[in-house]
Design a binder for this molecule. Sequence first.
Ligand SMILES: Nc1ncnc2c1ncn2[C@@H]1O[C@H](COP(=O)(O)OP(=O)(O)OP(=O)(O)O)[C@@H](O)[C@H]1O
Ligand code: SF4
Ligand SMILES: [Mg+2]
Length: 329
Amino acid sequence: MTPMLETQDVARHFDVSRPLIQRLLAREGRRTLRAVDGVSFAIPKGSTLSLVGESGCGKSTVARLVVGLYPPTRGRVLFDGQDLAAARADRRQRSRMQMIFQDPYASLNPRWRVADIIAEPIRAFGLIEGRAAQMERVGELLTQVGLSPLDGQKYPHEFSGGQRQRISIARALSSNPEFLVCDEPTSALDVSVQAQILNLMKELQARLGLTYLFISHNLAVVRQVSDRIGVMYLGRLVELAPAETLFTTPRHPYTRALMEAIPDLEMTGRARTPVGGEVPSPISPPSGCAFHPRCPLANARCKAEAPRMLPAGEAQVACHAVEEGRAAA
Ligand SMILES: Nc1ncnc2c1ncn2[C@@H]1O[C@H](COP(=O)(O)OP(=O)(O)OP(=O)(O)O)[C@@H](O)[C@H]1O
Ligand code: SF4
Ligand SMILES: [Mg+2]
C-alpha cells in the first residue's frame, strides 16, 4: 500500500552567512547550515512515526518540510504517492494534512472566540456552507476532544494549557485531515496533563484512522504513542526501528546514550546520565560520522567515512560499529 508520507533523501540547508561587507573584511566565505541532511522514511497509513533527538538536531525542520512550509534543498517528499509541491497546490489535497505545534497559546488567536478559531479551516477550505451548520460541526469537534460545545463561546485565555492543546487538536481536525504532524504537542504541559493529551491523540487515531508524524525530544513520551521511532542526530537519522525494538535492543551508540538519559521518574525525575559532550554545530559538523567526538566506539574509520543506514534485524542503523559487529552491548 502507498505510504501516507514518504521522504526520500530529503535535505534542508540554510544560508547563515554574515552580510557581504563583514565577510569581505573577515575574508570568510558563505556559511551553510545543514539543518536536515538526507533523511529517508515512510509512514504507513494509520500508523505513527516519531522522531526524537536533542535540541537542534533538525526535528522541527523535518516537520516543516513534510507539511510543505519549507521546500527541500535536496530530495523529495511524497504525500500519498504524490509529490508534495503538487499536492500543496491542490486545496483538497492540502486539507488532508494539518500541523499541531508545541505552544497552544501562541498558535491560537487570542482575540477570536474558540468556535471561530476551530471553524477557520472549515471556512478556508470551503468545507461547510452556512454559519449554523459550521457551528454544529464545531460543537461536535469540541465534544470529540473532551470539551463542551458551550466552550466555543469563550476565548483562549479562559482555558488551561491542556485545554488549549485540546482546542488546537479540534482546530486541526476540523478539515477532516488524514495526516497530522505534531511538533512537541505536549512538551509545554505538566506530566499528568501530557498523558491525557497523548491518550486523546491515540483515541482519535483509532477512531478516525489518522496517520501521525510525532516529534518529541522525550523518548519516554514517544514510547507511548509510536509504532516506529526514528532517532536523529545533527540533521540525519541514525536509527529507525519499531518502537519496542528500539527500547529492548537499541543499537546505535547515540540511541543507547539517549536511553541512559531517560529520567528515572519514580526516583528523582531527573536525567540519570546525560549524553556526554556538546552537540557540534551543524554549520561545521565533524567529519565522517558526526557522532564520533562523543562516541565511545569511535575509531579511525568513523572519523573518515560517514556511515550509511543499513538493515540490522528489524531496524535500520547508520553506524560502522554495528555493521562490523563490534557494538554488542
Ligand atoms: N530558518 C532557519 N534559518 C537558519 N537556521 C535554522 C532555521 N531553522 C532552523 N535552523 C537551525 O537548524 C537546526 C535545526 O533546527 P530545528 O528547529 O529543526 O531543531 P529541533 O530538533 O526542532 O530542535 P528543538 O528540539 O530545540 O525544537 C538548528 O541548528 C537551528 O538553529
Ligand atoms: S559510526 Fe563510529 S562514531 Fe559513529 S556511532 Fe558508530 S561507532 Fe560511533
Ligand atoms: Mg523543534
